[in-house]
Ligand binder design. Structure first.
Ligand SMILES: [Mn+2]
Length: 197
């Protein structure tokens, strides 16, 4: 199997971002973004997705976290798409339910080649760890628009905002892991009747 790795650098006047990803990693991560709560969440993607992730970002945090968070989502999406490659032999679909105490989230992903995000997370607070929870949808929009995946995110239960968000990211990592896994019965086969994705 070819290496499923990518390195993407994306520079704008607002942010400078580098993402390195290895889809067949062991869950190692290293972040230097200036946005600690997002780093805590991306750590969940790496750990539960079993992907290695290195992300460096310099952004206009003196304004707010918005550009940096959205652009990390975009750059991660670009790197993910590149690393996934032609999708031959992979499962394509992934899903996971993850609880954390009172909170429960479900994430379903399709490496469809089409961007789409349906996200329903009734946050109980507007911010967590100094982080504006609005920005999570910016992050995921950036990701789906550039990775070309369909993503359904539902927080089904939860009182504590940290738990709500953490279950979303853990379930995202788990769903991702399932979707990119090689299916031994699909070796060399494109998981689509169209013949391409
Ligand atoms: Mn936590």
């Amino acid at each position: 199997m070819a290496d499923r790795k990518a390195r993407v650098e994306r520079n704008t006047l607002e942010t400078q971002i580098t993402v390195e990803i290895d889809l067949d990693g062991t869950g190692k991560s290293s972040f230097d973004t200036g946005v600690p709560f997002l780093e805590h969440m991306m750590d969940q993607i790496a750990r539960h997705g079993l992907v290695d992730l290195t992300i460096k970002a310099t952004g206009d945090l003196h304004i707010d976290d918005h550009h940096t968070v959205e652009d990390i989502g975009i750059t991660l999406g670009q790197a993910f798409k590149q690393a996934v490659g032609d999708k031959k032999g992979i499962r394509r679909y992934g899903h996971a339910y993850v609880p954390l105490d009172e909170a429960l989230s479900r994430v379903v992903i399709d490496l469809s080649g089409r961007p789409g995000l349906v996200m329903d997370v009734p946050y109980t607070r507007g911010s967590v760890g100094g982080f504006d929870v609005d920005l999570f949808s910016e992050f995921f929009h950036g990701f789906v628009n550039h990775s070309m995946v369909t993503l359904h995110i539902d927080n089904l239960k939860g009182q504590n905002t940290h738990h709500q968000v953490e279950t979303v990211f853990k379930a995202f990592g788990r769903a991702l892991r399932m979707a990119i896994e090689m299916d031994e019965r699909m070796a060399g086969i494109m998981p689509s009747t169209k013949g391409s994705l």
